[in-house]
Write a protein that binds this ligand. Structure first.
Ligand code: SF4
Ligand code: SF4
Length: 445
């Protein structure tokens, strides 16, 4: 079996363990699957994220351990066609790649990564559906003005939404995210140092989603960093750079790798002089620390992984080092905070909490929830729409419903979409909350 991802870190997993039950085909990929010890801990409904599909169905085959069993059977058969088994395909399609198992399973089964390899294997024999292609090529499609017009029309005319469901399986009930009319975030390096102090230079990588759908988020982040005195190099807009997340999620590893290499090349001059890379969308930015290390990108990816931070992680670390010069103030403001699954998977909610705690007068509550259910495009797919809503109804929607007037913070693009589509207050990114909360507000230089 030709593998698409680098599974060499599992090379010695289960070796010499008579009970490891490593499948006959699949090499190191099979060893990554076989790290599951069948403890069935993933069938407990506890705090945390694992496992959204099991939580709503109670079906053991839709837990990480259940998927492992199905995959082992397929890999033991030695036939590529076994990967197309209906029960396996259904179980994998209901994995929302939340990485809950990677963090919470006692043996760190990384089903999100396993699913990417599984899809890549599957696509060798089966052409991608039109819907898969739309999701995967979204960064390209968003460059065409026609795409925005189409999305707007589709959201306004029911017959178009119904046609979209019939032709592509895009749920007619779900509102599609609408691209912003213009991309107003700054394209050029911001070299001003308005705090008048000697500070670092940082790179703000503006991902596809914030660039096209929420440019105000990128703008707030750039202004915030600039006001704090950093020299900000904004990357991602004119350069048409993308992390490759949409390709990766759909098992198009070669295309994801191509995007990753372009991004790595563009970041190289910054990394060479030791600049940190700061980003906004958890699923994009954290892939630079995680998936990139599995995509055969060489030493450059390892170097990048050590220099990438989410905005809140950057601010928290600067606060700890007593280098963050600004005070935040938001007297009387209460916010409910929903963390993206990938933020939770890397423990980045600690940084959210630390930074929000530093905002004087802010009353905030982290919602104890699993996946919001949107999970990229999962909640926009006709056959997954109901399940996606059920995931949101587990904890997130009830928490928001209990406080209908309270402002909402969510950094994930798809989480924002799910919350807004649910009829709740439009969520803000922490960058927007913090920029508004700069107590000693300085005007842009
Ligand atoms: S996936 Fe993890 S938690 Fe679930 S059975 Fe396997 S080892 Fe246990
Ligand atoms: S990635 Fe998430 S949905 Fe998929 S098996 Fe793991 S916990 Fe379940």
């Amino acid at each position: 079996m030709k593998l698409f991802l680098d599974w060499s870190s599992y090379e010695n997993a289960g070796m010499g363990d008579a009970y490891a039950d490593i499948p006959r085909s699949g090499g190191d990929f099979a060893k990554a699957v076989a790290v599951c010890i069948n403890s069935r801990q993933c069938e407990q409904i506890a705090k945390g994220v694992m496992c959204p599909s099991y939580r709503i169905t109670g079906n053991a085959l839709l837990s990480p351990g259940g998927r492992v069993k199905l995959l082992k059977t397929a890999l033991n058969s030695n036939h590529q066609a076994a990967l197309q088994d209906k029960t396996l395909a259904e179980a994998m399609s209901l994995c929302v790649s939340c990485k809950g198992c990677k963090r919470e399973c006692e043996n760190e089964v990384d089903m999100a990564l396993i699913k990417a390899e599984y899809l890549a294997q599957l696509h060798q024999a089966n052409a991608l559906t039109q819907r898969h292609k739309i999701w995967a090529h979204l960064p390209r499609l968003l460059r065409w003005p026609l795409t925005r017009r189409l999305v707007l029309s589709r959201n306004r005319h029911r017959w178009l939404a119904l046609a979209g469901e019939k032709l592509f399986g895009i749920a007619a009930h779900a509102r599609l995210p609408e691209p912003a009319p213009s991309h107003s975030h700054p394209d050029t390096p911001l070299s001003a140092n308005s705090a008048g102090r000697q500070t670092e230079e940082v790179v703000l990588f503006v991902d596809t989603f914030n660039r096209h759908f929420n440019p105000a988020v990128a703008e707030s982040a750039a202004k915030l960093l600039k006001t704090a005195g950093y020299t900000v190099h904004v990357l991602g807009s004119g350069d048409r750079l993308c992390c490759g997340r949409t390709y990766f999620n759909n098992g198009m590893i070669a295309q994801a790798r191509q995007q990753a290499m372009q991004l790595l090349q563009a970041l190289q001059p910054h990394l060479a002089v030791g600049r940190l890379i700061v980003g906004l969308e958890p699923s994009c930015i954290l892939s630079l620390r995680d998936e990139y290390l599995k995509m055969n990108l060489g030493d450059a990816a390892a170097g990048l992984a050590e220099r990438v931070l989410l905005l809140e992680e950057f601010i928290a670390s600067e606060q700890t080092a007593k280098r963050w010069p600004l005070n935040f103030k938001a007297e009387g403001l209460r916010v409910l905070v929903h963390g993206h699954c990938h933020q939770k998977a890397v423990g980045a909610m600690k940084a959210m909490r630390k930074v929000l705690k530093s905002v004087q007068g802010l009353d905030f509550k982290l919602i104890e929830s699993s996946c919001c259910g949107m999970a990229g495009h999962f909640g926009l797919e006709a056959e997954h729409y109901e399940l996606s809503q059920a995931m949101a109804e587990q904890a997130l929607f009830p928490a928001l419903r209990a406080e209908p007037q309270t402002a909402v913070v969510a950094n994930g693009f798809s989480c924002k979409m799910q919350i807004a589509n649910g009829g709740f207050n439009h969520p803000q990114h922490i960058a927007q909350i913090l920029y508004t909360a700069i107590a000693e507000h300085m005007e842009e230089a």
